[in-house]
Design a binder for this molecule. Structure first.
Ligand code: FE
Length: 212
């Protein structure tokens, strides 16, 4: 029974071992291809970075932008994020459930996986290295305000910070607050303001000037 305390069950650790095995195979493949002069490791790093920073999180940015412009969608996202997100064509690979947590004027949400690296792949793509690293995983819970300040986010003292611990079964998407001065923005322009970090909670949406 302690196995399921925290929601990180047996199945989940199989999943992690599977990933470790896959990572080892990928590494081996990369080494062989590099030695044969077929690939440049720097080019691989650039591709991974593109997936982490740009391509992966675009799905989540579209979900957030839609929630900002469409109150019915936002309501649906609040009630049943898995279904609302799936309606845009973004579904998990293992049937994991999604929950959207909305930042407000007095509450900021921060997502972590304290035990491993559960991450909402379907909307954010590949997790950043820091998300999987022990310092973030432990400190996000103990000292969320300190962690946020290291990411350059300073919140008013009165703002409550809620920390959400992801599991294999339930993953979180932070819906950042819509920036001021974006009233006339198209959904596409709004999506351009939604950064990966703002959907993990280690950042805020960009200000209006960023896209216009
Ligand atoms: Fe995990």
């Amino acid at each position: 029974m302690s196995e399921h305390h925290h929601g990180h069950g047996h199945h989940h650790h199989h999943h992690d071992n599977h990933f470790t095995d896959m990572e080892a195979r990928v590494k081996a493949l990369e080494t062989v291809l590099t030695e044969k002069g077929l690939i440049d490791p720097a080019a691989i790093d650039a591709i991974v970075e593109t997936y982490e920073m740009k391509i992966g999180p675009r799905n989540g940015a579209r979900v957030v932008a839609k929630a900002w412009v469409d109150a019915d969608f936002a309501e649906w996202l609040k009630r049943d994020a898995t279904a609302a997100i799936a309606s845009l064509g973004f579904t998990g690979r293992q049937g994991e459930h999604m929950r959207a947590v909305f930042n407000t004027a007095d509450t900021h949400n921060l997502v972590v996986c304290t035990l491993c690296s559960c991450y909402p792949w379907s909307v954010l793509g590949l997790p950043p290295v820091w998300y999987k690293a022990p310092p973030y995983r432990s400190r996000a819970v103990i000292d969320p305000r300190g962690v946020l300040s290291e990411f350059g986010v300073t919140l008013p003292e009165a703002t409550r910070i809620r920390v959400w611990d992801s599991t294999a079964e339930l993953r979180y998407l932070v819906v950042p607050e819509r920036p001021a001065g974006t009233e006339g923005f198209s959904e596409e322009e709004l999506a351009g303001l939604v950064t990966r970090d703002s959907m993990i909670g280690t950042g805020l949406a960009l200000s209006a000037e960023a896209v216009r």
